[in-house]
Design a protein around this ligand. Sequence first.
Ligand code: GLV
Ligand code: MN
Ligand code: MN
Length: 418
Amino acid sequence: MEAAVKRSSGAVQEDRLWQRHAEMAELGGTPKGGVNRQALSAEDAAARTLLMSWAKARNFAVFTDAIGNLFVRRDGADAKAPPVMSGSHMDSQPTGGRFDGMYGVLAAFEALEALEDAGIRTRRPVIAVAWTNEEGSRFQPGAMGSAVFAGVYKLDEMLATKDWKGVVLKDALGETLKAAPAPMRDGNPGFDVGFYVEAHIEQGPRLEAAHKTIGVVTAIQGSRRYIVEIDGEEAHAGTTPRAARKDAYAAATRIAAAMYEATNDADDTLRFTIGHVEVLPGSPNTVPGKVTFTIDMRHPDDAVLEAHEKKLHDIVSRKARPCPARIERVTSVAPTGFDTRVIDLVRAKAQALKLSHMDMPSGAGHDAMHIARLCPAGMIFVPCERGISHNEIENAAPSDLAAGTRVLVEVLQELANR
Ligand code: GLV
Ligand code: MN
Ligand code: MN
């Protein structure tokens, strides 16, 4: 009966969607054309305000929760039915692109507008969501808002986390909600959700290389993140003989070299990154007394991550000497397999819209990995230029963004009537 069903995808407006990306890109815009809109910053608050102004113009209800997740709801015929939800994040890396996360939020919002413009009534409400602090570059761990929503992390523990400058998340959230006020949902974050579908740029090169428009995402690889802290002893750089030094940075470089070696797998599947290093006191002529660095490790098989965590402990205990060292595991997210009902529906809708597509796993982490614990979930990828992401030059084609949104709205419409 497909012909009798009103097609929401026909109401997706490529220009409107592109224009909204351009307006959002001005908030925290950088000279190289990217954005610096870190979680719970003034720029993040500005993005929330802008999204809420668009929601208000369409008479969609808006609300937030105790971790600052922002929801935009289009009512359904059955107010009691658990909603269908779609979204992503509006925070960025310090040198981030315009599309990572923001595309998923704007695609979801465009889906709400398309349903409205096409005059389609759904049974379930449809919600567009902007999750708090997905990137985890300012406050750790990342994907925080969706994890609290899903009951994976405790609200109180997350509110107490600090950024690298010592700002407490609860205070930054308070400032954000003061600058971008929204009605607060009572109680702990989380409510019943029927289905969740997240759109995102691929952030890798596979779709572009295969000349495909839609990635039907089947899974997300597992990831673990650590902070390694090494204590040295401050000493004079000109006078202190090597044997008398406890150089925290020298210890860090030995650990780093051994870990790069240990994670160099033949098929290039294991991902290992040291992305943040702090050397204290940070003076050219003082032997470093303290080093803190992060490790981000990912693989589709949790057992491989477990084995490499053991290697990390062994390497740190051997290579840090004579400096005492500690390893804190900040996150451990097991690989996520998406629900076959959602995967099959995304593929079927891409097919029906005559869009080229391929099944693929996600190398990056996404909020969907936490929401998949609550309800059937899935993701839709679109290509990005040369696969570049977490970079100010990140780019995507307006027609691809619109194509992904057309698939999204068709999927949401169908799920909202199930
Ligand atoms: C999200 O940006 C991730 O690090 O995968
Ligand atoms: Mn993202
Ligand atoms: Mn990202």
